[in-house]
Ligand binder design. Structure first.
Ligand SMILES: C[S@@+](CC[C@H](N)C(=O)[O-])C[C@H]1O[C@@H](n2cnc3c(N)ncnc32)[C@H](O)[C@@H]1O
Length: 251
């Protein structure tokens, strides 16, 4: 089913797992594949990254969520943390340049939020503006850990965003999920991956859906080791990358 949204330039449709996604009018691209918006968030980012093991062991974890979008990757991460008992702190830093989309997400009544877990809506409504373009929400978990969720609004590649994301690191995981390299090329360059590498600890893990040669090359020249991994979806491979050691890393 496809329905028009609040913004007539965008359409919403239901994906195979029942979760909803949007079409971006300017890019003529859907935010998620038809195979399942929430399923991809869970399988590609949460499961294939190995973050579940960290939650099980009660480790503190920092996640850099590139392209908050409709919120699935961030919220699937929060779900997994809660299901593992939320024993230690989880920090998420989400980056998003579409302010209207962020406010629709926070409203809890956007077209893609039909049937959402009330806890997700509560977490989103709990985000408060800390300063211009910076939002934050804190939620105590049942096992003693807390979720500390920041959202930076604006171009992720701006000096201000890069300085904030590097200061809030080192991040352990990166969910690299902008639009495709064809439609959103600036978010897949060696410059961008170098900036992210500086915000990530040694062996930090970056997950993404694109295995394009250009993306792998850009990662490799900016300090990442890449590997293609099998998917659980219609696509053959996803990409996992690890930040290589560099001079200045703690020994
Ligand atoms: C495919 S969607 C992300 C889907 C999202 N991760 C989810 O779980 O629903 C890509 C998102 O990246 C954002 N984006 C694209 N370029 C950006 C940039 N330069 N800075 C910050 N966000 C950007 C878009 O506005 C869009 O919301």
């Amino acid at each position: 089913m496809i329905v028009p949204t609040h913004d007539s330039s965008e359409l919403a449709r239901q994906t195979a797992d029942g979760s909803w996604t949007l079409a971006h009018a300017e890019h003529s691209e859907w935010y998620h594949s038809r195979a399942g918006a929430l399923t991809e968030a869970r399988h590609l980012y949460v499961v294939a990254s190995g973050i579940l093991g960290e939650f099980e062991q009660g480790n503190c974890v920092r996640v850099l969520d590139v392209g908050l979008g409709l919120g699935y990757n961030a919220l699937a991460t929060v779900d997994a943390w809660l299901q593992s008992g939320a024993k230690a702190h989880l920090q998420i830093l989400s980056l998003e340049n579409d302010e209207a989309l962020f406010h629709a997400l926070r409203s809890g009544s956007a077209p893609w939020q039909i049937g959402w877990n009330p806890f997700w809506i509560e977490a989103l409504k709990g985000l408060r503006c800390e300063s211009d373009g910076l939002w934050r929400g804190v939620i105590r978990g049942p096992g003693g850990g807390a979720l500390d969720w920041h959202v930076i609004l604006g171009d992720a590649r701006s000096d201000a965003s890069i300085s904030l994301l590097q200061k809030s690191g080192p991040h352990d995981y990166v969910w690299q999920d902008p639009f495709s390299p064809k439609k959103n090329p600036g978010m897949w360059t060696a410059d961008w991956f170098s900036a992210v590498a500086l915000a990530v600890g040694c062996d930090g893990c970056l997950m993404t859906y694109s295995v394009a040669r250009k993306v792998r090359d850009a990662l490799e020249v900016s300090g990442w080791r890449v590997e293609k991994i099998p998917t659980t979806s219609h696509k053959k491979n996803w990409l996992r990358a690890f930040r290589l050691a560099r001079v200045g890393d703690p020994t």
